[in-house]
Ligand binder design. Structure first.
Ligand code: ADP
Length: 346
């Protein structure tokens, strides 16, 4: 039999009413009408009392728990926190616990799904980026094998191109290793005191030819003998400067300028790398530090890059307990800024 609160109340009330009336039957001064009236009154009172108690205390609370289940199934966690009649009720506690566990599990599931999507995207990006230089080198080598090797001019040109593609592949693999080590958190910074002015001069020398090819002028805003002594990992910071200045050249305008400057604070220097190049549209600003993110996806690896430079730079600056900020305006230029600790002496 399917017992609900009403049937249960009916049965119990009937039982109580019958027992009470049976007792009353022992009293001789009750007429048969009186028995029936007593039976009906006792039955109705018991029914109302028991029915509402069951409804309120048990069935409504259980229904509440089940409706919470339904909402949890539909992932409506906020709505699942429905009001209960009795705050100290154990059923209320069960419902709250279920709700909390379900919410936690749902968060874990969402996180795992997000990680899975990221892993899939990462694999697709990596294979796409690896494919480009491999196919290029493969093409040049096969053309040479097919006979081009006999012509010394073509041979040298194609060998050079194949070598360039493989150099690009090497840089990409190094970048991928750096990114994965940063994400695993296994990279240790080897902090030393060093002169950032000297380091930027070296970076400028390294990139001078590339800047010249686009008639871009590199400016270091420091006095001739000025030193900016920092306490950081010089090799990693060199990598950041190379990435930022290289970007400023790649995305700069022909005949443009790049400025690197230092502002002294109490404990830190603020370092600024500014260009008057193409700038970045507002909708891309927050995404340029994501790995593989490129605004102009059609740019080749020679003129653009793999989209890892800023992601690596961000990791390096964060490993120095700082952050990198960007300000940009389309057509006007881009400014990247970060702070690093001053060396204790010097
Ligand atoms: P990439 O290897 O493509 O240069 P990055 O991670 O260094 O990758 O930069 C990500 C994207 O941010 C670039 O593809 C470019 O679109 C944009 N970007 C970076 N620096 C600049 C800059 N100085 N001016 C304009 N756009 C920039």
């Amino acid at each position: 039999m399917n017992l609900n609160s009403r049937t249960l109340a009916l049965l119990v009330s009937l039982a109580v009413a019958l027992v009470l009336t049976a007792f009353l039957a022992l009293a001789s001064y009750f007429s048969s009408r009186g028995f029936i009236a007593a039976l009906v009154i006792v039955f109705v009172c018991c029914f109302l009392l028991i029915y509402f108690s069951y409804e309120a205390l048990v069935f409504r609370e259980i229904k509440n728990v089940y409706s919470s289940f339904e909402k949890i199934k539909r992932q409506e966690f906020r709505k699942a926190e429905g009001r209960s009649l009795f705050t100290a009720d154990p059923l209320r506690k069960i419902k709250d616990d279920i709700y909390q566990i379900a919410e936690r599990k749902q968060q874990e599931i969402d996180e795992l799904k997000h990680l899975q999507v990221m892993r899939r995207e990462f694999l697709a990006d990596v294979s796409h980026e690896l494919k480009t230089p491999i196919f290029a080198a493969q093409g040049f080598i096969h053309t040479l094998l097919d006979g081009a090797v006999d012509d010394p001019t073509v041979r040298d040109k194609f060998l050079q191109k194949a070598a360039n593609s493989l150099d690009g592949l090497d840089t990409l693999v190094q970048d991928l290793i750096s990114i994965s080590q940063f994400e695993k958190g296994v990279v240790k910074m080897e902090k030393l005191d060093f002169d950032a002015v000297q380091l930027v001069r070296e970076v400028f020398e390294q990139l001078e030819q590339k800047a010249d090819s686009r008639q871009i002028s590199l400016h270091l805003e420091a006095k001739p003998n000025e030193k900016v002594m920092l306490h950081a990992d010089p090799n990693r910071i060199r990598q950041v400067f190379i990435n930022l200045v290289d970007n400023a050249i790649k995305y700069g305008r022909t005949g443009g300028n790049i400025w690197v400057s230092f502002t002294e604070g109490r404990k830190r220097y603020t370092i600024t790398v500014k260009d008057d190049g193409t700038g970045i549209a507002q909708e891309h600003i927050n995404r340029i530090f994501e790995r593989f993110y490129r605004i102009d996806k059609s740019r080749s690896r020679d003129s653009g890059g793999s989209g890892l430079g800023l992601a690596i730079s961000k990791h390096i600056i964060e490993a120095h307990r700082s952050f990198i900020a960007v300000k940009s305006e389309l057509g006007k230029g881009t400014t990247l800024r970060f702070k690093l600790l001053k060396a204790k002496v010097g």
